[in-house]
Design a protein around this ligand. Sequence first.
Ligand code: ACO
Length: 343
Amino acid sequence: YGYPVQDLARHCTFEEVAYLLANGELPSRAQLSRFRRAERALREIDRDHVGVIARFSRAAHPMDTLRTAVSYLGTREVAWGGEKPATDKRRAMALLAKIPTVMATDYRFRNAKRRIRPRDDLSFSENFCYMCFGRKPAPEVARALDTSLILYAEHGFNASTFAARVVASTLSDIYSAVTAAIGALKGPLHGGANEAGMHMLGEIGTPARAEAWIRGAIERKRLIMGFGHRVYRTGDSRVPTMNKCLEDLSAWKGDDRWLRITQTLARVVIAEKGIHPNLDFPSGPAYDLMGFDIDLFTPIFVMSRITGWSAHYLEQIADNRLIRPLSAYTGPPQRKVRPLARR
Ligand code: ACO
């Protein structure tokens, strides 16, 4: 909608950006307050939903439990697709409000802890931290999480958004589109890179090892997670804002280990390969400093990108044409089927 994402990150809360993506304009005070009330009122999930989450295997990855729990939401009402835009807008708001609750509930159960119910007096980011950890986060954490959610919220025709639009284009429902998008986001070449990048930082371990490790990885032609982008060739414009968050969190925690390792990796990979870090590279260590387990990093991406996916779903449905790419066939020319007895 015309705003540089860096400006949105500087001046807005995630709720304002969620409103922008749902409505095309930034909200006035009154509009924001109505939007917040509506989102907060929808945060709770019902007992059956909690029961479904409780039955997931503790070993399941949170992206898989989230994909299933979102799909389950689509069974709570008859959703054929092609309903009125107001119905889909209501569903989009419910997805935005309930996804953090689903994630936090699953996180608590996986760690053999009691679930913490959502609060309606906390911001989106504060409430998510509260439901995970049982206390309101420090302002530094809440602000950094909010900034990362703003940066992740929407990003054109990336793979998961395209997956959502393909499903929407069949006139299927929003839950099906979002479920497909979550599946696409999970892959390490897309959103899964924030987890894969963090595992890589863990493998490196200390700043002293970083330079030798990355030079060895380049020599072995290893894929370096959190680097490269299909569209950005000279750097991801979201990275400087997220780097600043990582710097602030490192100073706040008095722990600059990840910051120093990421700085070394970025310097060497840019110099040696001309490949720049993408948003997933600084966001992973920032989430680690905020206290989140690594397997929650990509679900946090979902918690934000649901705003972009929903906006794309509504845009596709409003002026739809079935998306059906052609492929270039390279198999054998047309031939006759010989019955089994003669093969
Ligand atoms: N590490 C090592 N080499 C790389 C990397 C990387 N991260 N990214 C690209 N390259 C190499 C490619 O292997 C290729 O080398 P070659 O010419 O010798 O074959 C060259 O750079 C050019 O790359 P492309 O093929 O043009 O890159 P492509 O557009 O296909 O891939 C992608 C983009 C998938 C993001 C890739 O850079 C990658 O796998 N990165 C790591 C995963 C990652 O961080 N994904 C997150 C994406 S952003 C997001 O979802 C928020």
